[in-house]
Design a protein around this ligand. Structure first.
Ligand code: ADP
Ligand code: MG
Length: 198
């Protein structure tokens, strides 16, 4: 079993004008290839801090982090750009990384067709429901072909009914694409299988 992410004895303390804030203390976990791991903890427990460390936005106070693969990050809000159509939103990561190759565009086409977005490719984000927008955001994250997906409270902006549908959708797509993922949530009902409690 391949370990995609290996976190050992990770600690994070922030030093602010109000003093020290110990947010993470001796966190250890692995993400195995093909697994969707849920980090469950209340607001302020350090979930986003872990993701910031994994994406190198933050250097941890102590501990070891090993990452075997390319990371794709999906945020709480979908961050779709209103003035770009669905296709152009999905390819924005490829554009930024200057990787809009034939191969990448074939991958995008396959993803759009497989996940029922092809007919929507010329529409604009405001024409789509919240659930569809979140699917677009996920496909955009997959367009750059990451090995590891980081999802930071991806359902929390959605109403309850939509959340159930979208979470099923997200799990299905990640599994079907054979990706590994870390999903962060404060809501126990979002957690498919709880692996790490903060
Ligand atoms: P969660 O995502 O679980 O809600 P966060 O990881 O965002 O929690 O934050 C955990 C705690 O660390 C919070 O109290 C937050 O205010 C604090 N924090 C996060 N980033 C910083 C920072 N760069 N400097 C100081 N405090 C921070
Ligand atoms: Mg957070």
């Amino acid at each position: 079993m391949k370990e995609m992410v290996k976190i050992s004895d990770l600690s994070q303390t922030f030093y602010t004008k109000d003093g020290e804030l110990e947010v993470l203390k001796n966190i250890t976990f692995n993400l195995i290839e093909g697994e969707i791991l849920t980090l469950l903890g209340p607001s302020g427990s350090g979930k986003s801090t872990i993701l910031n460390i994994l994406t190198n936005l933050l250097k941890p106070t102590s501990g070891d982090v090993i990452i075997n693969g390319k990371i794709g990050y999906m945020f709480q809000k979908d961050h779709l750009l209103d003035w770009r159509n669905i296709m152009d939103n999905i390819t924005i990561g490829l554009e930024i990384q200057n990787q809009k190759t034939d191969e990448a565009m074939k991958r995008v086409e396959r993803l759009l067709k497989t996940y029922d977005l092809w007919d929507f490719r010329n529409m604009y984000p405001k024409e789509l429901s919240g659930g569809m927008r979140q699917r677009v955001a996920l496909i955009r994250t997959l367009a750059v072909d990451p090995d590891i997906l980081l999802l930071d409270e991806p359902f929390s902006a959605l109403d309850y009914q939509t959340r159930i549908l979208v979470s099923d959708d997200v799990y299905r797509i990640i599994k079907n694409e054979g990706k590994s993922a870390i999903l962060v949530t404060h809501d126990i009902s979002d957690a498919l299988s709880i692996k790490v409690l903060l």
